[in-house]
Design a protein around this ligand. Sequence first.
Ligand code: ZN
Length: 236
Amino acid sequence: MKEIEGIVIQSNRYREKDKMVSVLTADGVYSFLARGTMKLDSKNRPSVEILTQGRYLLSYTKDGLSLRQGETIFSLNKARQNFAAIRTLSFIEELTYKFVTKDIAHKIYDLLLKILQCIEDGNDCYTLSLIYLAKVIEANGYGLFVDGCVRCGSKENLVALSYIDGGFVCRNDYRESEDLPIGERKLKIIRYIFKVGQVDLLRVSFAKEECLELIRDLCSFFSEATSTRINSIKLL
Ligand SMILES: [Zn+2]
């Protein structure tokens, strides 16, 4: 027997009444069979809903891990009534199961839980999704250098972003053919989302359109860098 505490990041129907579930914990990802949880009266059913945090008692069987008992710790309820929140949750879900591997689970687990709680409490789901994206990109080793010019280190006259070199670029080092010019406002937002700590998640929120534009930019960079599609962005 094994007991884990974590967040459900995949929950798919398997056979008629069962589900295959993946749970992210602070030390990795566990997948198990959750028998009978497609049935409406299953007592374990709520605990294996997507993005629910729970405690799971698992047993080893010849086919792998199997759920004995699941207990919900935190679940999304109010957020599920809100259209914008639902869409951003699909995005967060996809980012997590595609990019949060065993090796970086410890960097993301607490943050993900906090972000889900903030969304459930009705805070701005676009800003929170943007921050989450930045942190997932960073945890995967593709973080951007936002403290100065990535080529010379200067903190003055930052005018562009280089995805190739991974950071801001100053006026002197700007290369028209490969760098992306960015204004002061966008620069500030990018710096903020890569720097912000977990305790300050709610300090600032940005306009929906600003968030979406940056989410699209960062996703196309990240998708290309990792050769992995992010499908749910189309729904945002
Ligand atoms: Zn420079």
